[in-house]
Design a protein around this ligand. Structure first.
Ligand SMILES: Cc1ncc(COP(=O)(O)O)c(C=O)c1O
Length: 393
């Protein structure tokens, strides 16, 4: 007996649910790629991406996943044996650091504090000790999708400024852009990396880098520049080369639609929607974790991301919850990844998601907890309902 048949919901932290308008935009015949409607769509996307990144700087679109944009950020600005400081706060910033090492960049990882955000005091201390300014860049993620932590980008900028350190600030906003406040220019970010498949509600396969004037200056002497990721060759007049080859036209049409939807909602409203849905989710998890062995992966409440909540699950309960929700209730909950593989569930509140979706996801998880007799505090869904009702009058 299953109750899964009906409209299924995806509650994993990327790729995320897509609006029908975005899906429909994908259903498009291929078109001329040296001009015409594909170039018009690219121009609109580039203009609107700047609004979403909140930057006047150039944004580059890659036909690649986030790993591609990581590599683009590094190869466009750095040389072999340059040194970078990686602010680890989970799987993804660490992986970006490994990506840098693979390119011959020397990395130093600022150790993470289990279950906490990047320690700003430790960043300040390490930068102050780097008297010779060996670090050419800092790599960090605003949100880590594995742990569900959010890091203080402004705080890291302040650490650079207060120590007079000239390193570039590179931020992975893949799991935060379109979900949480992000202000590339206002916060003094030099390179932003983002992806299409999370807050931007577009299929996986497009990613972005935005390059500040300082990053463009570093680009002029960067030794790792390759033909494909190269910002300069993508700066030319020819639409074809904006993508380093054939533009992924259907994806661009989908992105065009998604950005229109995002801007029509209004970035502030989108960010507020994510904040309330995240708060409701945390209210539910607070109730569940009041008994038994479930626990937030991020111990400090103010360091929990508004795009995903990771919940530690004892034994094999995480897999059982996920399987139960998937097979019986029609909702796909995220599994733990990296060191949290088999030890956590990840509840997304990211992208094209509303209160009805989120309450459904929380209801499904609470149903699974009861059906599987996993010890937990009761009243999670009720707490989420009250959280929303208090805020939406
Ligand atoms: C914060 C963050 N950075 C980087 C990545 C890697 O992106 P991709 O899987 O598209 O290569 C992800 C993917 O989930 C992510 O969440």
């Amino acid at each position: 007996m299953t109750l899964a048949n009906g409209h299924r919901h995806l509650a994993i932290p990327g790729p995320t649910n897509m609006p029908d308008e975005v899906l429909n935009a994908l259903h498009h015949a291929s078109v001329e790629i040296y001009g015409g409607s594909s170039e018009v769509a690219s121009r609109e996307c580039l203009k609107n991406l700047k609004k979403v990144f909140r930057t006047k700087s150039k944004v580059y679109i890659y036909a690649a996943n986030g790993h591609g944009a990581w590599e683009a950020a590094l190869t466009n600005t750095l040389s072999k044996a340059d040194k970078v400081l990686v602010l680890s706060s989970g799987l993804f910033p660490r992986s970006w650091g490994e990506n840098a090492e693979g390119l011959g960049i020397e990395t130093e990882v600022l150790p993470e504090r289990g279950g906490r955000a990047v320690d700003l005091e430790a960043v300040r201390t390490r930068l102050a000790a780097d008297k010779g300014h060996e670090f050419k860049a800092i790599l960090m993620a605003q949100a880590d999708t594995a742990t569900g932590v959010v890091n203080d980008v402004r705080g890291v900028r302040a650490a650079l400024d207060s120590t007079g350190h000239p390193a570039m600030l590179m931020v992975d906003a893949i799991a935060s852009l379109g979900c949480m406040e992000f202000d590339m220019d206002g916060w003094g970010v030099d390179v932003t990396v983002a992806g299409a498949q999370k807050g931007l509600m577009t299929p996986p396969g497009l990613s972005f880098t935005a390059a500040s004037a300082k990053a463009k200056k570093a680009h002029k002497t960067a030794g790792l520049v390759t033909n494909y990721w190269n910002w300069t060759s993508r700066d030319g007049k020819e639409h074809y080369m904006w993508y380093g080859g054939t533009p992924p036209v259907q994806m661009v049409f989908a992105l065009q639609k998604a950005l229109r939807l995002l801007l029509a909602e209004g970035l502030e409203n989108t960010i507020h929607r994510h904040a309330v849905l995240a708060g409701a989710t945390r209210a539910a998890v607070d109730a569940w974790t009041s008994r038994g062995k479930l626990a937030f992966a991020i111990s400090e409440p103010s360091e929990r991301s508004n795009s995903v909540t990771s919940v530690l699950t004892p034994g094999d309960t995480g897999h059982r919850i996920i399987d139960y929700c998937e097979n019986n209730l029609g909702v796909t909950v995220g599994r733990g990844i990296g060191p949290l593989d088999g030890r956590a569930i990840r509840i997304a509140h990211m992208g094209h998601v509303n209160a009805y979706n989120q309450l459904g996801t929380l209801g499904a998880i609470e149903t699974a907890l009861s059906a599987l007799e996993i010890e937990h505090g009761s009243g999670g869904v009720q707490a989420a309902i009250e959280y929303i009702a208090d805020r939406v009058k």
